[in-house]
Every structure is written in C-alpha cells, then in structure tokens.
Design a protein around this ligand. Structure first.
Ligand SMILES: O=C(O)C(=O)C[C@H](O)[C@H](O)COP(=O)(O)O
Length: 209
C-alpha cells in the first residue's frame, strides 16, 4: 500500500541511501543530513545495526522521515515497521513482499526496472515506484521511453545517481525524487566525516526543484 507516500517523496527531492555499521553513528549522521537540508532518510537493511539506527532516528529526530531500504521480504518489512520506519523501499517486488505491505499501514516503494514490472506494480495500486538500478537499467533515456505508455507512474531512480546526473533525472516529468549514497557514502560514515556529509547534502538539496 502507498497511502501518503507521495507527500514524503515530493518533500524529499533527493533521498540519501545509507549503509550504517554502528548504531552510535545514527544521530550524528542524521543530524548532518538534516543540517544539509535532506530530511527523508533511507537506512538500508544491509547491516546488523540498521534497525537500531532507524529506532534512534525515529525516537530522537522527529523532523526526519526515516524509512528502511533493502526490504526484501515480509520479515524485513515487519521488523522495519517495529523499529519505527515511516516508509519502506525495496529494490524489486515479490508477491510475498506485496502481501505483507498490503497487510500493514506503512507505505512501500517497490522497485521496477522494466515496463512489465512497472505495469504489474501499477495494476496492484503502486503508482510510485523505485527505478532500480537506474543507470544500469537504461537511465534517463529509459525513463523517457516509459513516460509515454506508462504516463501515470512516477519513479524514484536509484543506483548510479551522482551530482553529475541527478539534475537530468529530476528534470523528467515522471521522476518524483532520486535516491543515492553519494552524499553519505559508507566511507564518509565510517570516517565520521559529518562536516563533509553536510556539505555534500547542501549541494544535493539545491538539486530539488
Ligand atoms: O540497498 C538497496 O535497497 C538498493 O536498492 C541499492 C541502493 O539503492 C543503491 O545501492 C544506491 O545506489 P548508489 O547511489 O549507486 O550507491
């Protein structure tokens, strides 16, 4: 289900996709991103710490919209919701995942990379979809091609987005926001380089139209 997801994505413009190894980094990282003007944060479930990171941000920084990424199945989805995620992102979609999302109240942004995948999701009520892996799956020309036949679907391209190409994606009518790790790479997080993350976030925030 996707109730209220449009509000979150439209506010976002640019969504930082985060890989965080240590729960203690949650609040300084989220604060650095917020100071840079990015307030919709996707914490990927790629680390042991991820759910603890979501809990900390949801509890202490109410001005942030924190969600989880790399949600691959119903268990991931339920654990994310229990941790306080306000949205859920998946690189793709399975029947099991969509059934779990339908049973809950937290909106899901499922992934599609082809016309058939996008059509199937749209049939099931998903107007908003992650386009993943954006650059590898055809990038801006692919999204322009999909806009004709699938005029109603709005995408959040993720995967290979950088400061060099983000504006080209955001200029497309069928793109609602972009996601990426460039402003808070796992290296910058590991180095606790919060000042650089704020600097790159400010730059990214200026891309929002
Ligand atoms: O983990 C997930 O759920 C994903 O779908 C992958 C992420 O969206 C990309 O890893 C972000 O892409 P980069 O900005 O190229 O690093």
């Amino acid at each position: 289900m996707q109730k209220n997801i449009a509000d979150i994505l439209q506010v976002a413009g640019v969504v930082p996709v985060l890989v965080v190894d240590q729960v203690e980094d949650a609040l300084p990282l989220a604060t650095a991103l917020l100071e840079g003007g990015l307030n919709v944060l996707e914490v990927t479930l790629r680390t042991e710490a991820a759910l603890g990171v979501v809990e900390q941000i949801a509890k202490h920084l109410p001005e942030a919209h924190v969600g989880t990424g790399t949600v691959l199945n119903g268990d991931d989805l339920r654990r994310s919701v229990d941790a306080g995620a306000s949205f859920l992102v998946s690189p793709g979609a399975t029947e099991q995942l969509l059934a779990a999302a339908d049973a809950g109240e937290v909106p899901l942004l499922p992934g599609a990379a082809t016309a058939s995948e996008a059509m199937r999701l749209y049939e099931q009520g998903y107007r908003y979809q992650k386009f993943f892996p954006a650059q590898a799956a055809g990038g801006v020309p692919m999204l322009k091609s999909l806009a004709g036949p699938l005029a109603e679907v709005r995408f959040c391209p993720t995967g290979g987005i950088s400061p060099d190409n983000a504006a080209d994606y955001l200029a497309l009518n069928n793109v609602v926001c972009v996601g990426g790790s460039w402003m808070a790479s796992s290296t910058l997080v590991r180095e606790k380089n919060w000042a650089e993350i704020t600097r790159l976030s400010k730059q990214a925030a200026t891309l929002k139209s």
